[in-house]
Design a binder for this molecule. Structure first.
Ligand code: DGL
Length: 273
């Protein structure tokens, strides 16, 4: 057993949907959530840049004494998960494998849709994970880059968001998928709208829930779950503006968010003469 906190990180606010589910499923666990708000969005950035950001963040979390890391960002999971697993001597859970596993178990037709940021979709990480879980599956992928700013704007059921969703999801719907993976931290907030556009024949897979469930098993497997009488604390840390994170983050977290701290996680680069 271990009372050390679990480190959770995301490019910004969206990963709070994962933190929220972890708090619900693992009420005895303490957490440190790091939102890299100074460098968000990760979605359009190169794999190398996202890997460097992710390394800097997990190094910071390690120094804070976390016992496990949850990569709550789909784009960071897509580009950096294997490298982070090599780097850290502790369990590292990403959001893609749990989501793909749930999709494979849920689909009846073997036709699965995946939506995510440009980086997540172009990495092919969901496709590879789904092909492992469900060989022969028909996979239909679509990058939906405008969803992130629309969610950040709070336009969860706005007509503009609906028009964008109709456009993005037309091909996925036409392909007859019976399962759609919401492969981005922000998309669970659009669940009602996406569900409406896709129709009732499509099950939406929320990676946040699947990831929290995977974490339960990982902590047990490694014998590092917190004891039932552990004192629970939740720290929230950002690399940029605190006020906006507290205001918008409360929507993602589903409860008031206060006491957020600011840190600089960037590695110091020393240029040799
Ligand atoms: N957190 C990112 C993800 O899940 C979405 C926001 C971003 O582009 O950084 O892919």
């Amino acid at each position: 057993m271990s009372s050390a906190p679990i480190g959770i990180f995301d490019s910004g606010i969206g990963g709070l949907t994962v933190a929220r589910t972890i708090h619900e499923l693992l009420p005895n666990e303490s957490t440190i959530y790091l939102g890299d708000t100074a460098r968000v969005p990760y979605g359009p950035k190169s794999p190398e840049t996202v890997q460097r950001y992710s390394r800097e963040i997990v190094d910071w979390l390690s120094r804070e004494g976390v016992k496990a890391v949850v990569v709550a960002c789909n784009t960071a999971t897509a580009h950096a998960l294997p490298a982070l697993r090599e780097r850290l001597a502790m369990p590292v859970v990403g959001v893609i494998e749990p989501g793909a596993r749930a999709a494979a178990l849920t689909t009846a037709r073997g036709t699965v849709g995946v939506i995510g940021t440009a980086g997540t979709i172009s990495s092919g990480a969901y496709r590879r994970a789904l092909e492992l879980e469900l060989p022969g599956a028909r996979i239909v992928e679509r990058a939906c880059p405008l969803f992130v700013p629309l969610v950040e704007e709070g336009w969860l059921s706005h007509p503009a968001t609906r028009a964008v969703a109709e456009e993005y999801l037309a091909d996925v719907r036409a392909a007859g998928v019976d399962v759609l993976v919401l492969g981005c931290t922000h998309y669970p907030l659009l669940k009602p709208l996406i569900g409406d556009v896709m129709g009732c024949g499509t099950v939406l897979i929320d990676s946040a829930y699947e990831t929290a469930r995977e974490l339960v098993g990982v902590l047990q497997h490694h014998g590092i779950a917190a004891s039932p009488d552990a004192v629970v604390t939740h720290r929230y840390v950002v690399t940029d503006d605190i006020e906006r994170f507290e205001r918008v983050g409360a929507v993602f977290l589903g409860k008031p968010l206060t006491g957020v701290e600011h840190v600089n996680v960037e590695a110091v680069v020393i240029n040799a003469p």
